[in-house]
Design a protein around this ligand. Structure first.
Ligand code: ZN
Length: 182
């Protein structure tokens, strides 16, 4: 019997440490507001469904954000530990197909995740200046919500912080969308 049939790897990974890893990479000097870049932020509880995901409020602009806001990891339905394991396997040069097998994921999901992760674990979602990657970002944003409108709607309505995130994500998407006749 293969080890992967005996061991559920992602079940052994500590969520708290995964979020700590993201915070350390993203904010080695302490959390900063992703909107105005102020360091005057205060902790503001935790995500309703992910107890290790820290929320913050910016004292400068009153914006709300959390550990993953503005990164490619935000809004994805895969738990953070799955992303971290995916990154680990990528470092071992494991193929997408093998990663999918180890993590029990769909191959196309892993393809999307590895493409995102090549920019870095906490890479920011592309901003306006980028041109070549804008279309990729559009596809990603749409794909992330496709097929689960109920979950998205529920999340958007679950609290002020979440709805702020949803508006922010929508605004980001509009900004990065270029006028098109199609
Ligand atoms: Zn701010």
């Amino acid at each position: 019997m293969a080890a992967s049939e005996l061991i559920n790897l992602s079940g052994l990974i500590d969520d708290a440490k995964c979020f700590a890893l993201v915070r350390q990479h993203r904010w080695p000097e302490g959390a900063r507001c992703p909107v105005c870049d102020s360091a005057a932020v205060i902790r503001d509880g935790h995500d309703d469904r992910q107890p290790c995901r820290q929320r913050y409020r910016c004292k400068a602009c009153s914006g709300r954000f959390d550990d993953l806001t503005g990164t490619v990891l935000a809004g994805h339905h895969q738990p953070l530990r799955v992303w971290v394991l995916c990154l680990y396997f990528m470092g071992l040069n494991v193929s997408n197909r093998q990663i999918a097998g180890e993590l029990g994921l769909d191959g196309s999901d892993v393809q999307t995740m590895t493409e995102q992760l090549r920019r870095g674990l906490v890479a920011k979602a592309p901003e306006v200046e980028l041109t070549g990657e804008v279309e990729i970002d559009e596809v990603y944003v749409v794909a992330g919500h496709k097929g689960q409108p109920a979950a998205v709607a529920k999340r958007a309505g679950s609290g002020a912080g979440a709805s702020w995130q949803a508006r922010r994500a929508a605004a980001r998407w509009r900004r990065t969308s270029r006028p098109s006749s199609g």
